[in-house]
Write a protein that binds this ligand. Structure first.
Ligand SMILES: [Zn+2]
Length: 255
C-alpha cells in the first residue's frame, strides 16, 4: 500500500515515563562525550522533551536487530546504512528506465513508486528510506507537568583504551527518572500483515526495553509507555474522525 490514497490510519497514544534519567543532547546525539553539547534538548518554553525522531530511530533499530536475528521468518529487514534493501541510485534509475521503455500509458511516478515499494524490506516499508516516505510518524513528546533536571558527573573515556581516563571529568545535564511525556505515534496505510509488527512495537514501548538519547550504555534513557490507547481509522469512519476526532468506537485491540 502506497500513500497515494487513504486505506487506514493507526494512532497510538499514551504517556512515556522516564524509568532512568534521560540525556538527549541539545546539539546532537554524538557518541563522543567530549563533542556532545552537555545540556539536554528543550522546547521554546525551556522544558525538556523527547524528539519524535529519537523514539522512531530507537524503534527502527530494535526492529532491524530483531528481524535480522531471524526470529520471525515472515518479515525481512535490512541494514539501512551498511546494507540497504534498495540502496543506490543506480538501482532506482534502472527501475525507472525499464518502465520508461515498456509502459508509457500509466503514470510513471506511480509505477516507479510501486516497483520501489515491492523491492523494500518490511522495515523500510514502514519506516521509509531515501526513496520512500515513512508511514510511521512519532510526534515530539512534550513534558507533562514538571521534570527535575540535574547535572551529573561523567567520567571521560580514553578512546584508545576504552577505559576511564585519569582526571578527565565532564558534566552533563540529565532529566531525572520519573519525568512524564505525552506520546503520540501514527502509521498510515499499514499492510494487514504488518499489524503484527506494530503490535510488537507497542509491546516493546510498554516493556521499558527501549532506550533513547545518549549514554544508554551506562543505563540512561529507559522509557516505558503507560496508559496506552490505540485506535484504527478506516474509510468507513474517516469522515467522523476528521469532523469529531478520536472516539471510543475507533479503538484498536492491539493485545
Ligand atoms: Zn530495507
Amino acid at each position: 500500500m502506497l500513500l497515494d490514497r487513504f486505506y487506514n490510519k493507526y494512532i497510538i497514544k499514551g504517556t512515556l515515563v522516564a524509568e532512568t534519567p534521560i540525556h538527549i543532547g541539545a546539539g546532537e546525539e554524538s557518541l563522543d562525550p567530549i563533542q556532545t553539547d552537555n545540556s539536554v534538548i528543550k522546547d521554546v518554553n525551556g522544558k525538556p522533551y523527547i524528539p519524535g525522531s529519537s523514539i522512531k530511530g530507537a524503534l527502527r533499530s530494535y526492529l532491524e536487530t530483531l528481524l535480522l536475528s531471524g526470529v520471525d521468518q515472515r518479515f525481512k529487514a535490512c541494514l539501512i546504512v551498511n546494507d540497504p534493501c534498495l540502496g543506490d541510485e543506480d538501482e532506482v534509475e534502472k527501475i525507472k528506465r525499464i518502465y520508461q521503455e515498456e509502459k508509457r500509458d500509466r503514470d510513471l511516478d506511480l509505477i516507479v513508486a510501486e516497483e520501489i515499494y515491492r523491492n523494500l524490506c518490511d522495515v523500510c516499508r514502514i519506516f521509509g528510506n531515501p526513496y520512500f516516505a515513512s508511514k510511521l510518524k512519532v510526534d515530539d513528546c512534550m513534558l507533562k507537568g514538571d521534570a527535575h533536571l540535574s547535572i551529573r558527573d561523567g567520567v571521560g573515556i580514553d578512546r584508545d583504551t576504552g577505559t576511564a581516563a585519569d582526571g578527565k571529568k565532564y558534566d552533563f545535564e540529565q532529566v531525572d527518572a520519573g519525568a512524564q511525556f505525552e506520546f503520540c505515534m501514527s502509521v498510515d496505510n499499514l499492510e494487514p500483515e504488518h499489524e503484527e509488527l506494530l503490535k510488537l512495537m507497542v509491546k516493546v514501548l510498554e516493556s521499558g526495553q527501549l532506550r533513547v538519547g545518549g549514554k544508554t550504555s551506562v543505563g540512561l534513557g529507559c522509557i516505558r509507555l503507560i496508559d496506552t490507547r490505540a485506535y484504527k481509522i478506516e474509510p468507513t469512519n474517516f469522515r467522523s474522525y476528521l469532523m469529531e476526532g478520536l472516539k471510543e468506537e475507533m479503538r484498536w485491540q492491539y493485545v
